[in-house]
Write a protein that binds this ligand. Structure first.
Ligand code: HEM
Length: 534
């Protein structure tokens, strides 16, 4: 009955098309009305004025006018792929997360790689941090591990995030640079933010110009918790290790590639996956307890610090394979919404102040970018496990509760109920303290790990760091910013500092920046502090 009068035909995907005279699908309006002429607007006479009555023209232009959505406020330029995660062995001793219970278990995944600072149309080979955001569609809801290819971050507290990003992105008056770290605002902020020194060393290293996404590591950065069925907590750091190993390009190569093919990283991922050459990463963990954490001079809650792998080796717990490109870039890669707060039962947060802030920011930003509280109705964001809740209505609601009952408890015996046993239980960490705006002294050493990173590099890699710093700072117009940076470098490595200072033509060597770990007495008086002392 559907296929009547030869006007309808099934397409390749089983969908019905209206059929035109020449046997191809009929072009329709979004309302399904068949279109006779898509080349000429309706007008009075062949040379006359257009008529507002032309509903097809108006609908077509209306839709086109609204094609753009806001680009991500950070990580605007990205590229994604589908795949799966396979668990190696049961981690039941550490976590009750369903995806880690059974060896060989496969969990569907979507990954989006990105650059942080550049706009959506910027070039792939910019010197920048790369995002490594993984969405795992587990049987207990989506788990988003929203990481980067560098294991530490610029700042220790989320309240500084708008500042570091404003400083890193294009300057507000001139609207450039669109994708480079090399400018006054960025280096001004960095030179006034000693906690950024460790990350800056990574960003000046070859890590910040990867050969392709397939040769990058990924890091969850923060300390998270794994929680087992007995509600016991183990701290965890997550690492993605590429099966192909780690490879970068040199700066002069990056500059040429950007000029010749600004889509170089996109093209690489597309071509390798389309030709059946599926990139793979191992998920590795560093597991530790509070007693182990207490042995360090630094704080495991501080996102500017790593736990050296020589001290705590990583353990591989599964592999991620990317084997399918999206059918549509916008629908999947652009509309995917990663959120650090998406964790399944068995994975929990630490008190890392950056992570705590992120847990607010990602949900908040999706409303702005995707335009509706119903962004989870988009196929790329919807869980792939059964789900049931009483959320309803809002813009573009695709799913609403069925039937009379849209609340609980209810006496109709309808709809979902909570499950204290299966549901998410937050780890009952004991917390106490005064309400203050203070940073712990255990967050105060900003140079030791920057130095460790620098000396862990081979001589050619160290030369690249010196060259990158020289190039970057030579673009900075304000002399005092250059000097401040050299003053920080003196606390990291003296040879590095003098090499950069000489190449920049600094007349006098600045004094090393104040590296003293402040004690409470050294902190500037603040209302919060005086409350404590009272
Ligand atoms: C986006 C990583 C810190 C706010 C992203 C993305 C990644 C990422 C990978 C891109 C997600 C995608 O591909 O769609 C990180 C890491 C951080 C960090 C590793 C620190 C360790 C922060 C902080 C905030 C923040 C502190 C705010 C307090 C955002 C926002 C987006 C974003 C608003 C845009 C999300 C979207 O529009 O979909 N971040 N980020 N991030 N991040 Fe972060």
């Amino acid at each position: 009955a559907e296929i009547h009068d030869q006007k309808l035909r099934r397409g390749q995907g089983g969908e019905l098309h209206q059929i035109a005279e020449n046997d191809t699908p009929v072009l329709t309006t979004a309302q399904g009305g068949p279109v006779a002429d898509d080349q000429n607007t309706l007008r009075v006479g062949a040379r006359g004025p257009a008529l507002i009555e032309d509903f097809h023209f108006r609908e077509k232009i209306f839709h086109f006018d609204h094609e753009r959505i806001p680009e991500r406020v950070v990580h605007a330029r990205g590229y994604g792929a589908h795949g799966f995660f396979e668990t190696y062995e049961s981690l039941a001793a550490y976590t009750r997360a369903d995806l880690f219970q059974r060896p060989g278990e496969k969990t569907p995944a979507f990954v989006r790689f990105s650059t942080v600072a550049g706009n959506k149309g910027s070039a792939d080979l910019a010197r920048d941090v790369r995002g490594f955001a993984v969405k795992l569609y587990t049987q207990e809801g989506n788990w988003d591990l929203v990481g980067n290819n560098i294991p530490v971050f610029f700042i220790q507290d989320a309240i500084k995030f708008p500042d570091v990003i404003h400083a890193a992105k294009q300057e507000p008056d001139r609207a450039f640079p669109q994708a480079q770290t090399a400018h006054d605002n960025f280096w001004d902020f960095i030179s006034l933010t000693p906690e950024s020194m460790h990350m800056v060393m990574w960003v000046m290293s070859d890590r910040a110009i990867p050969r392709s996404f397939r040769f990058m590591e990924g890091f969850g950065v923060h300390t998270f918790r794994l929680i087992n069925a007995k509600d016991e907590s183990t701290f965890v750091k997550f690492h993605w290790k590429p099966k192909l190993g780690l490879q970068s390009v040199a700066w002069n190569e990056a500059v040429k590639i950007n000029g010749a093919d600004p889509d170089f990283h996109r093209r690489d991922l597309w071509q390798s996956i389309k030709s059946g050459n599926f990139p793979e990463w191992e998920l590795s963990v560093q597991l530790f307890d509070q007693e182990f954490a207490d042995r360090f001079d630094f704080d495991v809650l501080d996102p500017t610090k790593i736990i050296p792998e020589e001290i705590l080796p990583v353990k591989a717990i599964g592999r991620l394979v990317l084997d399918r490109m999206p059918d549509n870039f916008f629908a999947e890669t652009e509309q995917v919404a990663f959120m650090t707060q998406n964790v399944p039962p068995g994975i929990d947060f630490s008190n890392d102040p950056l992570l705590q802030g992120r847990n607010f920011s990602y949900l908040d930003t999706q409303l702005k970018r995707l335009g509706s509280t119903n962004f989870t109705h988009l196929p790329i964001n919807a869980p792939k496990c059964p789900f049931a809740h009483f959320q309803q209505d809002g813009h573009m609601a695709m799913r609403n509760p069925v039937g009379r009952t849209n609340y609980q408890p209810n006496s109709h015996g309808e709809g979902p109920r909570e499950s204290p046993l299966r549901g998410y239980r937050h780890f009952p960490a004991e917390e106490q303290g005064q309400k203050v705006r203070l940073r712990a002294e255990s967050f105060a050493d900003h140079y030791s790990q920057a130095r460790q990173f620098y000396i862990s590099q081979t001589p050619p890699e160290q030369r690249h760091i010196a060259m990158a710093l020289t190039f970057e700072l030579s673009k900075v117009e304000t002399p005092v910013i250059r000097e401040r940076m050299v003053a920080h470098l003196l606390n990291i490595d003296e040879t590095l500092a003098t090499t950069v200072a000489e190449k920049l033509g600094l007349q006098t060597m600045p004094k090393p920046a104040d590296a003293a770990v402040p004690t409470r007495q050294d902190l500037p008086p603040s209302p919060a502090l005086s409350i404590i002392e009272r």
